[in-house]
Design a protein around this ligand. Structure first.
Ligand code: HEM
Length: 457
């Protein structure tokens, strides 16, 4: 754990090259840049100079990441440079806009609806969303799986989290994707772009869509309030409406709307990207794929769980997360001044050879027989800001993969793996995780299921 200190500042090493060149390297590949610097300096942390991140410190080692995650939020908080912009998009009532006691109190209300044991209740919804999506999948035609995965995870959140149904659900299905795309673009733009310069300006357009979103949420809230069986409802909206802070006050309707947009923005594309990566990986690992199908048929789940963990380790959809020091702190051998922006590299933590032997290999079997995952496995971050929706995301990944494995035979390929591409919120397979499938209950043409190349068509 990091501690407050008055010791002299001791910053990690970093390049002296101009900020413009560092920014260019960062934009080309932040991961390559951080990995190269970590290697060059042989250090567990490096210093970089980037826009909005002067003298930021990149954490390259899982031990230091763990120290930061377990540090009190009185001395280290979520970095406002990135999260502040996200908060501007989600609104002042979003978890991303809250800090200190306000954040702690909100997490107390937000966490119970996402606890592991509640998740079973949502499985049926996910199954229905998968069935709806795969009903029209064509056999023997190559297609990108990323889009169907986005539709599944959108439907899942709208129904399980928003409790949406009927016309409201259909309107949200159509309204949400452009809001998320525009919002995530605006979150990374300089603050001047987030100004309302009329209905055609990006921020003006965002606000207009946001008002439509808020009107639908207001009607969902009104329906829930009027529902005599609201106490039996399991959706997150109904649970948040009934939740009370320690002083007995409810969460205001405006804050509930901000929070629902937050859950959507954080949970929809991230989970869809992980699913797309899972399919991208599985179609390149024929033996694993057969074992997984056999396991799913037999009602097992251990290898699937290990596969999900390994997909998330080797293809984390968020490369990192951020923190900022509220006072001077000692972190390992470093002493960081107040106001230091810190980037915790999830991707570098996952490449740690000390924690994952042959870290470059995709090998789900590494977890079987082990006591679990090493602490260096941090796709959901850690500490007081750890992902609220981790159990929901895991349940969804598990249910979708189980169903796809039971329903389809995926044509495997020896084509090179798809590269990673950043898509506004998450890092996705660059070609959309292309796949070709046959229904397992249909007669497969000759050769399908063996190592037949889908290729780079
Ligand atoms: C595979 C899917 C997902 C991944 C990889 C992921 C990853 C993350 C990461 C890395 C963070 C930052 C944690 C930190 O700074 O320590 C985070 C925060 C968050 N995630 Fe997720 N997430 C996923 C799915 C979800 C889902 C399904 C939801 C909700 C439905 C969700 C809601 C949130 C929220 C609200 C936060 C902010 C927590 C806070 O600051 O208190 N995420 N997530």
């Amino acid at each position: 754990m990091a501690t407050a200190t008055t010791d002299p500042v001791r910053l990690p090493p970093g390049p002296r090259i101009p900020k413009l060149i560092q920014t260019t390297a960062f934009l080309i590949s932040s991961h390559e840049m951080f990995a190269t610097l970590a290697r060059r300096y042989g250090s567990n942390a490096v210093r970089v100079n980037l826009p909005h991140n002067n003298d930021a410190v990149v954490i390259c080692d899982p031990l230091l990441a763990k120290d930061l995650f377990s540090t009190s939020s009185d001395i280290v908080e979520r970095a406002p440079s990135g999260a502040g912009a996200i908060g501007a998009v989600f609104g002042p009532g979003s978890t991303f806009s809250l800090a200190g006691d306000e954040h702690r109190e909100r997490r107390k209300l937000l966490t119970p609806p996402f606890r592991g044991k509640r998740m079973q209740g949502y499985e049926r919804i996910i199954e229905e969303e998968v069935m709806r999506e795969i009903a029209n999948w064509k056999q023997g035609c190559e297609f990108t799986t990323a889009e169907p995965m986005l539709r599944i995870t959108l439907g899942a959140i709208l129904r399980a989290v928003f409790g949406a149904d009927g016309p409201a659900l259909e309107e949200l299905r159509e309204l949400v994707p452009p809001i998320i795309t525009l919002g995530s673009m605006l979150a990374v733009c300089p603050p001047m772009v987030r100004r309302d310069l009329g209905p055609w300006s990006p921020w003006g357009r965002f606000l207009r869509e946001r008002r439509r979103f808020d009107a639908i949420i207001a009607s969902l809230i009104a329906d829930a309030r009027a529902d005599p069986a609201v106490e039996q409802r399991a959706d997150v909206l109904a649970l948040l409406l009934q939740a009370r802070y320690d002083d007995g006050e409810p969460i205001s309707d405006e804050h509930i709307a901000d929070e629902l947009l937050t859950l959507l923005g954080s949970g929809h594309e991230t989970t869809a990207a992980s699913l797309a990566w899972a399919l991208e990986r599985l179609s390149r690992h024929p033996e694993l794929l057969s074992e997984l199908a056999a396991e799913a048929d037999a009602g097992g789940s251990k290898l699937r769980q290990a596969t999900i963990w390994e997909v998330q380790r080797t293809r984390p959809v968020l490369d990192g997360t951020t923190r900022r020091t509220k006072t001077r702190i000692r972190l390992g051998e470093w002493v960081l001044p107040k106001g230091t922006n810190i980037i915790i590299s999830i991707k570098l933590a996952h490449e740690s050879e000390n924690d994952f032997a042959d870290a470059g290999l995709f090998n789900p079997y590494r977890y079987l027989g082990a006591a679990g995952k090493p602490a260096a496995w941090i796709p959901f971050g850690g500490g007081v800001n750890r992902c609220v929706g981790a159990a929901f995301a895991y349940m969804e990944l598990d249910v979708v993969l189980r169903m796809l494995l039971r329903e389809f035979r995926f044509v495997t390929t020896d084509a090179p793996g798809e590269k990673a591409r950043w898509r506004g919120v998450a890092t996705v397979p660059s070609r959309g995780a292309r796949a070709m499938v046959y229904r397992r209950n249909a007669k497969s043409p000759k050769g399908v299921g063996s190592l037949s190349a889908v290729g780079n068509r």
